[in-house]
Design a protein around this ligand. Sequence first.
Ligand code: CAO
Length: 434
Amino acid sequence: MATQQINIPDIGDFDSVEVIEVLVSEGDVVAVDDSLLTLESDKATMEIPSPVAGKITKIAVSVGDDVAEGDYVFDIEVSADAQSDSSQKVTKEVAKEETTEVAPPAPVVEAPKTAPVQAPVSNSKPVNAQSMGAASHASPSVRAFARKLGVELTQVTGTGPKGRVQQTDVEGLIKAVMQSGASAGATSGAGIPPIATIDFSKFGETTTEALGRIKKISGKFLHASWLNVPHVTQFDECDITEMDQFRKDQKAIAEKQGIKLTPLVFVMKAVVKALQDFPSVNASLSPDSQSIIKKQYYNIGIAVDTPNGLMVPVVKDVDKKGIYELSRDLMELSGKAREGKLSASDMSGGTFTISSLGGIGGTQFTPIVNAPEVAIMGLSKAKMQPVWNGSEFIPRLIMPFSVSYDHRALDGAEGVRFTTTVGKYLSDLRQLIL
Ligand code: CAO
């Protein structure tokens, strides 16, 4: 049997993080993805999952130690089944003494007490809950307790240090739900009636497939955003005839550099200029929802459709980059997303998200805010349309788009001023350099 050395994987932006729990003992048998360690920084807790199934033969770390990416923490005697299983895809198995690269863990951002939220993303193995919102801050034992009782941690207000959810908080929520006479289905949230369970096979043949890991995680965050954020969606459209002509003029030059120029990069530039005009849109609410935190950096999350599910890598410093550099970033990040190679830092630090379905079709849609961001843009497919210019109809390329926003952070007037401004910039790119 081979022994595999386990090292701390990519932990995102953190240089060194404290070990707050060692979740296994020597001799324990673990399965792939079982949690081995809990790390905690001042911003987040994260669990380090086991990349292989096997027996823990050595623990080289203790509670209170500070660890960084690459630090050696365990030896695992890889089980025979796991060795023969070609699905051991996270790390390379090696004989003792060799180092194993472990894929990034699942950083879990401290939950704002009032409004936790959505977030897909990461490799097919580890999951980063950071990039598309916040998750709850709780120890694995409390998570297990909540899971056992079917309680969504994002629904629980943590009263522990730094808002950490305690077992008593979970018990308190259950008690409150019971006392309010709500349905016992705490997973559905207080007062939300559960959806009826139906045996579909009574009506015809069915097959049941487990949702992928990323879909399950993104589903929780989308659900949390849907329940916590009062959404408004503003629909709009803009004339991108000139913009698209400019894009086509540049296309050949871009192709020579190996770059695919699509409308999305122009939209990113227009959005950032509008975010500079409307700082409340490039913002997050504070955890108690009493203040708005405006960000003076412009990192745009881009929803990418991948075989594993929706992921949201973040293009950093969009205000400082030209369209060629943005296209290169976009190609690199969307490629990494599709290959399941995004790192935690590729998916963190976003300030606003764009979900583009323009390459596929549709006329409009209502994207779900990627909380704790306060707004998200949805792009739909541009079409040639007759537009009245005062004396005749002329053909113009019109792109529909929408912006969903958190109504606690933005009023309707501000929301529509923002979309109008984005449309104005896209209709006349010269304004971006003013
Ligand atoms: N209108 C018309 N055509 C558009 C368009 C728009 N709004 N946006 C893109 N296109 C065109 C592109 O120009 C390209 O055509 P050409 O090859 O002829 O130039 C074609 O559609 C395909 O574009 P693309 O999708 O490859 O590239 P992109 O930069 O527009 O998008 C990415 C990149 C990663 C966002 C996209 O591939 C993707 O994954 N989209 C799905 C995102 C998603 O699932 N969102 C839903 C999340 S749930 O809220």
